[in-house]
Design a binder for this molecule. Structure first.
Ligand SMILES: [Zn+2]
Length: 115
């Protein structure tokens, strides 16, 4: 997730995380594929095969540039079904407007099976 407010980039996990300024938050849902995040966080993708190849190229020769060190990355469009946006938490400077609270923390997790 990239925060368009502070330019931080944060990897998402099942536990909610936030960027440096706190305006963008996000997490993975239990399917480990769908992310829920607040605007202005942008959903970023990195091509895993490119990343693995770049890691291997670096490990093989850490002192030489190679085109294999480059990788494809993209911003997921808002229409992507596994990227969901929810309202964010206002920063202190925004609070005069009485904004809505984030739903990231309020997304109910499925309860553990009762045995
Ligand atoms: Zn931020």
């Amino acid at each position: 997730m990239h925060c368009a407010h502070c330019d931080d980039i944060v990897r998402l996990f099942p536990e909610a995380r936030s960027c440096r300024c706190g305006k963008s938050q996000g997490k993975y849902l239990e399917d480990n594929a769908t992310t829920v995040q607040t605007w202005p966080g942008l959903s970023l993708g990195i091509a895993n095969p490119d990343f693995v190849a770049a890691q291997e190229a670096f490990a093989a020769d850490p002192n030489t540039f190679s085109p294999v060190l480059s990788m494809r990355a993209w911003i997921n469009p808002a229409s992507e079904p596994d990227v969901k946006f929810v309202a964010g938490i206002p920063l202190k400077e925004d609070e005069e407007e009485g904004e809505e609270r984030s739903q990231v923390e309020e997304t109910p997790a499925d309860p553990a099976p009762a045995g």
